[in-house]
Design a protein around this ligand. Sequence first.
Ligand SMILES: O=C(O)CCC(=O)C(=O)O
Length: 272
Amino acid sequence: MPSLLRDETMNARDVADPESCRRRLTEDGYFVLHGHVPKAFVRRLCEVTDALFAAEGDRAGWEFKREPGALRLANLVDKHEVFWEVIADAVVLRLVALVLGDRFKLSSLNARAALPGCGEQPLHTDMGGLPDERGSWVCNAVWLLDDFTERNGTLRVIPGSHRWGRLPGEVLADPAAPHPDQRLITAEAGSVVVFDAHLWHSGTRNQSDDLRRALHAFYCRWDKPQQQYQKALLRADTQRRLPPELRRLLALDDPCNDRLSRAVVRRSGFLE
Ligand SMILES: O=C(O)CCC(=O)C(=O)O
């Protein structure tokens, strides 16, 4: 297996100045790593993801939640080693640390493919969470497996909304409606959008004839429950094969995480 920490240096084009990164994550709530993932690796991720969609069929996503209008896969760390490189990407982890501080863990790794004619979501925060007295506790990294365009559905964000201390459902008459401050993030396949997941955001409608695919590498602060309790979901054989740095990232040997995550109710920002 290639090195898990695939890129030790910040992407020179996009992350030339870590202070400006921090400022953008703090002020706007998101940062786009354009063209971060090598094309061959994007192709490999697409192959494996498509094969899993085909193999899991109607059961796909059963470990978490189903979404009308989109295909979803959950528990991906258990399903192929190629995903181990996704969750451990050094550049992405450095950005996640700017949001969550140095002590964080993977909360879940899912795939989402918006179906043609579908895919619009209400504005939400992930896990329906607001920052607490320690600050932000959720951070998402959306890995684009296809270009995100206005035609196939961009990721929509409301810059700065992670600092408002309110959930969109509490404030907006219709969280699915266009918002005056919304920004539509377009980017090419292989880009990664890292965002403070208290940011109001949503998928938008896929108006193309093809699937629009992405991976969601979702992280949370050490003192919060995982969205998907990795220790319960990963097969014994997977757990045995994982290298120590990934065991740490997945909190497999963390009694505090066991207490927090064992009995957790599955929480999305908007899915029932
Ligand atoms: O795929 C996207 O553009 C965003 C998806 C999202 O926010 C979610 O599924 O919670």
